[in-house]
Ligand binder design. Structure first.
Ligand code: ADP
Length: 549
């Protein structure tokens, strides 16, 4: 027997319809790529997005066609998203931090027909135009006064399209399983693979992330998504902000500490989200200027493990609560958050902080398990590490065009490529990426844990740990340290700093001071590049062993 409730397909166009109808006057504030602060509202964004839908139809875009965006977080970018998705076309977010060759690969693989872009990225697109045969049009998200036809001859102007097209356009009316968005993983191994979100998966992800244990913001909040819309959909905030009618502040191209601080204060931001490196820059800026955060209450930090120093800095110096989150492009992206539960309530401040540093608990809609190499499920004892696998209605079932083949196990779980523990209270902790974990004498050493402790050294700016070959133990850890400007330190300083904080056999065999720790396209430490740079490195302990052998 079927239920007798209304059939109301879960399509994301309904989110902006709702925002326009019930929160129409709420502002979307953008630090525009051209410079000035620009203000619109949900009602205006809705109308303008519909005009963009009509423009797309006029340019021949049909349901299922891919339309890309290569752009900063701005109000226009949001309008483009809804304009594309509302008519059943697929919004493909391109990450401008990728190398041009990777961008071309992705654009060709997706067969993007139109690219919406900012003035910033037009020269790159122009340079590689010949390598993107599927692209029929480029739309520059600016006004006519800023168009320069010599950069990309024939490019279209966003504001001209808005002005020239009517706002009368029907959105939705298709199956909720229709594809809505496409985002490629950064391809740390092999070619990037496309994650194809559906309207239904995005809608459900939105509802789940609005829970109090997840993002938990409301209509009374002011949101600043520093996390880019091209990085796993700004963790869903371009959907969840209009879904509740929160004021939205878009940072545009300026993501440095000073610019973010200025927006946080001038717009009264209460909630923000970004990767740890962004917050590190902000905290440095605030300390240098002896500035305050007068309205910010909560930040969600994820994408890579949050160092303890950031959580303490926010809490003790600025009165801001940090929620650590973990997820991935394949999960839309939210997986777990370290929000308190009954088990944490009795803990003192230090005990709570220890749990905040874990990646956290799953909300309804995500399930997880850890397994050993023989696919046997491992206990939730907070100590045993295993491969982390996940399942849920907003987790990928396969990659676009079948790349990578079958990606689910027999029970329908997706292997995240992460290695983790789960404690008896349900808090998951990532100990490593499966490909980064150091295997020393048959036991596993977590590089992330050592990095996070080492970066708490007052002279450290960034730290990375990799495994180096060792004749007896297979691999031993090496700590790479980039010091803060003008600082000096010895290997011994760092080894002493780690003493007592980690098991003795986890202690790095060497500390190497470097000028640069490379970050990848989503702001994470690029271990692949580090390993490449260190390929001729030989551990001093390995040499000693050879000599004495
Ligand atoms: P990319 O690899 O393309 O940057 P994602 O943003 O999807 O893509 O990255 C997902 C991966 O990032 C996770 O599988 C995990 O390894 C890492 N990650 C995300 N959040 C955290 C976190 N809070 N702590 C540790 N690692 C994290």
């Amino acid at each position: 027997m079927l239920g007798l409730m209304q059939n109301w397909p879960l399509t994301v166009d309904k989110i902006l319809d709702h925002a326009a109808k019930w929160h129409g006057d709420v502002e979307i504030v953008t630090r525009s790529v051209e410079g000035p602060i620009v203000r619109t509202t949900y009602a205006e964004a809705h109308t303008r997005a519909k005009r963009i839908s009509n423009a797309l139809k006029g340019l021949g875009i049909k349901s299922g066609d891919r339309v890309a965006t290569l752009a900063w977080n701005t109000g226009r970018h949001l309008e483009a998203w809804y304009g594309i998705m509302g008519i059943g076309a697929v919004c493909h977010t391109l990450n401008p931090r990728l190398f041009a060759e990777q961008l071309c690969y992705i654009i060709n693989h997706a067969e993007d027909q139109i690219i919406f872009t900012d003035l910033t990225f037009l020269p790159v697109l122009a340079e590689h135009r010949a390598k993107m045969p599927s692209v029929k049009h480029v739309v520059v998200m600016t006004d006519a006064a800023h168009m320069d036809d010599s950069v990309y001859p024939g490019a279209l102007c966003f504001e001209t399209l808005v002005a020239d097209n009517g706002a009368d356009c029907e959105w939705g009316g298709f199956d909720e399983n229709t594809a809505a968005g496409l985002c490629y993983t950064s391809g740390t191994t092999g070619n990037p693979k496309g994650v194809l979100y559906s309207h239904r998966s995005n809608f459900l992800h939105t509802l789940v992330t609005l829970g109090a244990d997840v993002m938990g913001f409301s209509a009374a909040d002011v949101l600043l998504p520093v996390v880019p819309m091209f990085h796993a959909n700004a963790w869903g905030m371009a959907f969840s902000a209009p879904a509740v009618g929160a004021k939205l502040v878009m940072p545009g191209a300026k993501l440095d500490g000073a610019s973010i601080h200025e927006l946080l204060e001038s717009e009264g931001v209460t909630f923000s989200a970004a990767v740890p490196t962004v917050w590190q820059m902000l905290l440095t800026e605030l300390r240098e200027k002896q500035a305050k955060l007068s309205t910010l209450k909560r930040v969600v930090i994820g994408g890579s493990a949050v160092p303890e120093a950031i959580v303490r800095g926010f809490r003790d110096e600025f009165g801001v609560d940090v929620t650590h989150a973990w997820g991935m492009t394949e999960m839309s992206p939210m997986g777990t958050l370290a929000s308190p539960n009954q088990a944490t309530l009795g803990l003192d401040a230090e005990g709570q902080l220890r749990l905040k540093l874990k990646q956290g608990r799953v909300p309804l809609g995500v399930d997880m398990k850890i397994e050993d190499d023989a696919d046997q499920e491992l206990p939730h004892d907070g100590k045993t590490f295993g491969r982390l696998k996940v399942q849920g209605p907003f987790v990928a079932a396969e990659y676009f065009k079948g790349d990578g083949g079958q990606i689910l196990d027999e029970a329908g779980y997706f292997d995240t490529g992460d290695v983790a523990t789960i404690d008896p209270d349900g808090f998951m902790q990532i100990t490593d990426r499966a490909k980064d974990v150091i295997k020393s004498g048959g036991e596993w050493i977590s590089t992330i844990e050592i990095e996070n402790l080492a970066v708490g050294h007052p002279k450290a700016s960034l730290c990375a740990v990799i495994g180096a070959a060792h004749p007896k133990w297979d691999e031993r850890p090496v700590l790479l340290v980039k010091l803060k400007d003008g600082e000096s330190a010895s290997k011994q300083d760092f080894l002493e700093f780690l003493e007592g904080k980690i098991a003795k056999w986890w202690t790095p065999d060497d500390v190497v001071f470097v000028d640069d720790i490379p970050l990848g396209a989503t702001g994470k430490i690029d271990k692949k590049l580090i390993r490449e740079r260190m390929k001729d490195y030989v551990l001093p302990t390995a040499v000693a062993k050879k000599v004495s052998a």
